[in-house]
Design a protein around this ligand. Structure first.
Ligand code: PGA
Length: 253
């Protein structure tokens, strides 16, 4: 049994004051939702304050990125050790980081390794570009991203994967539930080949890309999909709460 995860990626939104307001607006209701792991990933500068506000609740904290060195002369970077003190999860290899900050498979690999070393749970994002999808290359691209990201990594720790087709992120054009389920089934088979069946059955694989309160059910009811990584809709308390409640209902069945 894999417990579903609903994770909110706030991206580069919310000032400190806005982050405090946003978490305060949904904390109590989110805390009360059972049978689902709830994760919020605010910007770095709000992690400590948001962490204080959700202390003692069932809500977990995640960061949106990390650097792979533990400490030192890396001006402007945030280390795994700093994050481990604050939160439990960290998003790694989001397509926006790959696209705008030149994150390669090798960098993603180092980041996952660094996160696991300090006990952080990485949420590894993979997904194909629109042209790759149109050319029927989705599976080839995903298999390559997985083998590069996970090269020589022992999965004793907890890894979460988020399948996020780039054409679906922030576009309002989500994949269909069936399509996402098939692709995630392929990702699980790939994990089984890279590791073994048991690990593949344990790893939670989320869908991400234009998930909202209206279409969430289509994804979370699929047998292979273990929850969602949510961008835009995670900034709206009523949307995020509704998606999380839907995941809780399905998980209870
Ligand atoms: P979106 O973003 O929900 O706004 O499409 C998802 C993500 O990038 O994680």
């Amino acid at each position: 049994m894999r417990i579903p995860i609903i994770a909110g990626n706030w991206k580069m939104n919310t000032t400190l004051a806005e982050a405090i307001k946003l978490v305060s607006e949904m904390r109590d209701e989110l805390d009360a939702i059972a049978n689902v792991d709830k994760v919020i990933c605010p910007p770095f500068i709000s992690l400590a304050a948001v962490g204080e506000l959700i202390k003692g609740s069932s809500i977990s904290l995640g960061a949106q990125n990390l650097y792979f060195e533990e400490k030192g002369a890396y001006t402007g970077e945030i280390s795994p050790l700093m994050l481990a003190e604050l939160g439990e999860f960290v998003i790694v290899g989001h397509s926006e980081r790959r696209q705008y900050f030149n994150e390669t498979g090798d960098i993603v690999n180092k980041k996952i390794r660094a996160a696991l070393k300090v006990g952080l749970k990485p949420i590894l994002c993979i997904g194909e570009k629109p042209a790759e999808n149109e050319a029927g290359r989705t599976k080839v691209v995903l298999a390559e991203q997985l083998s590069l990201s996970l090269a020589d990594i022992d999965l004793a720790g907890s890894l979460i994967i988020a399948y996020e087709p780039i054409w679906a992120i922030g576009t309002g054009r989500a994949a269909s539930g069936k399509e996402a389920n098939e692709t995630i089934e392929f990702i699980r088979q790939n994990i089984s080949q890279l590791y073994n069946k048991e690990i593949a059955q344990r790893v939670r694989i989320l869908y991400g890309g234009s998930v909202n309160a209206t279409n969430a059910n289509e994804f979370i009811q699929q047998p292979e999909i273990d929850g969602a990584l949510i961008g835009g809709a995670s900034l709206k308390p009523e949307q995020f709460l509704s998606i999380t409640r839907q995941a809780s209902e399905i998980s209870r069945l």
